[in-house]
Structure formats: structure tokens, C-alpha cells
Design a protein around this ligand. Structure first.
Ligand code: C2E
Ligand code: CA
Ligand code: CA
Ligand code: CA
Length: 278
């Protein structure tokens, strides 16, 4: 009994060690990921069901680690935030998407891009200035870029975040609250921010076609959002039934595997070229 107990305890510790070692490796290697060209961006389109048009896509970061292979952003973004390298990743991302927007613009595509920013990005005093320079260098109108932030990222330091977000707003950058419904803040708090868009978290959307409760929550969120003058986005739309339901509820934008998975930029363009509104 005692032996078995010790054995299982040891295995538990070994598992923890492995996990810890992987994290240390990832934190270390993140330092060079940008310089080594290991990062790339996947783009996932959003559909406006009322017009049937796709005008925007979300940029989602991807990391191909040289030995560990694909590392999901849910794993490395948190590590980057805690180890202080997220600023470097966000800088790279912003530079990369502005270059991409410039290319698309020259090719005649009118797509805009939404980027995800972390808590430390939205309290960075230099962000607005940095973006202004990027827009100038790439001949972009600021409304080509949207910023998605979670409630919790903003609430970490509301005053500082408010400052930066107001600057972005004055520049003409559109702001969306991401993962809406998973945090503790209320619409009353969010309303004080210069927000244009609420993005309902996929946990409420994924089973909306079968879960009565989710449908009720989403319906009232869309109504509240609209009554506050916000546009409402559903992420995680996985099937046609959900898409139809959400369009009926007046949801402004749909995003999810039903429409398209995140794709490399060349794939996205091929997809767009053959896209027929559903
Ligand atoms: P998020 O911003 O909430 O992005 C939505 C996630 O849901 C993405 O996962 C996307 O691939 C996935 N998704 C899209 N449609 C569906 C669907 O129909 N069903 C399901 N089950 N999932 C769907 P991904 O790309 O793995 O990103 C995970 C999270 O990592 C993002 O959540 C975001 O919080 C973070 N992230 C990704 N890229 C960046 C980045 O460049 N910067 C920052 N700060 N965070 C990022
Ligand atoms: Ca997002
Ligand atoms: Ca989400
Ligand atoms: Ca998220």
C-alpha cells in the first residue's frame, strides 16, 4: 500500500517535472522564435450574415517549434505574458499584419484584420505612436485594424488600459471585447470603454443549436449589445443550424469552423476568391 502510494506520487512528480521542463524550454526558445522565423499568422474570416460579405479576418499567431513542433497559442501566449516576451511577439505581429494589409491592398482586396492584444500591450504608452508609424509606412487607414482584448486584460489596470484604448480609438482603430461572458465585468463597465464590438465567447455559441440556456443567454446579450449601440460577433459557430439561428437573432458577424478554419494568408485568398455567400 505504502509502496504503491510512493510510486504513484513519484509518477505524479515526474509528470510535473516534464511539464515544467517543457515550459522552461518554451520560455527560453520564445526569445529566439521571432529572429528564427518560427512564427506565422493564421487568418480566420468573419461573415456579416446580413450582407453575406466577408470584410474582416482575425489574425491568430502560430509557432512551429524546431523540435517540439506545433505549439498552440493557448500554451505559448500565457507563457510569453508571464515571462515578459509578449511585447516582442505583439510587435512582430503588428508589423507582420500591417505588411499583409499593405500587400492585400495592392492586390485589390479590401479585407481588414483584427489582432488579439494582451494586458501588457494595452497599457503600453507607446502603442498608439508605434501603430501610427506602421500605418504611415504601409499607407494604411487605421480602420484597417481592429483590436480584440478580453475583459480581464483591460480590468488588470483599468486606468492605464483606458488611456491606451482612448488613444487607439482617436486614431480610428476599432475595439472589440473578446471572450465576452467569461469575465466578471458587466456591460455597464464595458460601456465606459471606447468599444464598438462585443465578441461572445465560443463556449456560449458552440452548442447554441441544442442548448436552450445558451440560446437564451446569447439572445439577451445580442439585444443588450445592440441597445448600447454595439455590434455583436459570435465566435465558434460550428454548424449551419447555429449560423442560421444567430442570423435570425440579429448577430452582426459570424466566425467559426462552419465558415472557415484559420488559414495561412495564401489559403485565405484562395478561399475568398472561390467564396460564395452561404
Ligand atoms: P481567441 O482570440 O478567443 O480565438 C478564438 C480561438 O478559437 C482560436 O484558437 C480559433 O482557432 C478557435 N476557433 C475558431 N473557430 C472555432 C470553432 O468553430 N470551434 C472551435 N472549437 N474553436 C474555434 P487559437 O488560434 O488556438 O487561439 C487561442 C487563443 O490564443 C486565442 O483565443 C487568443 O486568446 C490567443 N491568441 C492567438 N493568437 C494571439 C496573438 O497573436 N496575440 C495574443 N495576445 N493572443 C493570441
Ligand atoms: Ca480573439
Ligand atoms: Ca474566445
Ligand atoms: Ca481567448
Amino acid at each position: 500500500m505504502a509502496l504503491r502510494h510512493r510510486h504513484s506520487h513519484q509518477r505524479y512528480v515526474e509528470g510535473q517535472d516534464e511539464q515544467h521542463l517543457r515550459q522552461l524550454t518554451l520560455i527560453r526558445d520564445l526569445q529566439d522564435a521571432v529572429a528564427n522565423g518560427e512564427l506565422w499568422v493564421a487568418y480566420q474570416p468573419k461573415l456579416a450574415p446580413r450582407t453575406g460579405a466577408v470584410m474582416q479576418c482575425e489574425a491568430l499567431m502560430r509557432w512551429n517549434h524546431p523540435t517540439l513542433g506545433f505549439v498552440p497559442p493557448d500554451e505559448f501566449i500565457g507563457l510569453a505574458e508571464r515571462s515578459g516576451s509578449i511585447g516582442m511577439l505583439s510587435q512582430w505581429l503588428l508589423e507582420h499584419v500591417c505588411t499583409q494589409l499593405d500587400t492585400w491592398q495592392q492586390q485589390g482586396y479590401r479585407l481588414s484584420i483584427a489582432v488579439n492584444l494582451s494586458a501588457s500591450d494595452v497599457i503600453d504608452h507607446h502603442l498608439a505612436h508605434h501603430l501610427t508609424q506602421l500605418f504611415e509606412r504601409h499607407h494604411l487607414a487605421p480602420d484597417k485594424l481592429s483590436v480584440e482584448v478580453t475583459e480581464s486584460a483591460v480590468m488588470q489596470d483599468v486606468d492605464a488600459a483606458m488611456n491606451t484604448l482612448m488613444e487607439l480609438h482617436r486614431l480610428g482603430i476599432r475595439l472589440a471585447i473578446d471572450d465576452y461572458g467569461t469575465g466578471y465585468s458587466s456591460l455597464a463597465q464595458i460601456r465606459r470603454l471606447p468599444v464598438k464590438e462585443l465578441k461572445i465567447d465560443k463556449s456560449f455559441i458552440q452548442a447554441i443549436d441544442t442548448q436552450e440556456d445558451d440560446l437564451t443567454i446569447v439572445r439577451s446579450t445580442i439585444e443588450m449589445g445592440h441597445s448600447l449601440g454595439l455590434e455583436v460577433v459570435a465566435e465558434g459557430v460550428e454548424n449551419r443550424a447555429s449560423a442560421e439561428l444567430l442570423s435570425t437573432l440579429g448577430c452582426d458577424y459570424l466566425q467559426g469552423y462552419w465558415l472557415a478554419k484559420p488559414m495561412a494568408s495564401e489559403q485565405l485568398i484562395a478561399w475568398l476568391d472561390s467564396f460564395e455567400s452561404p
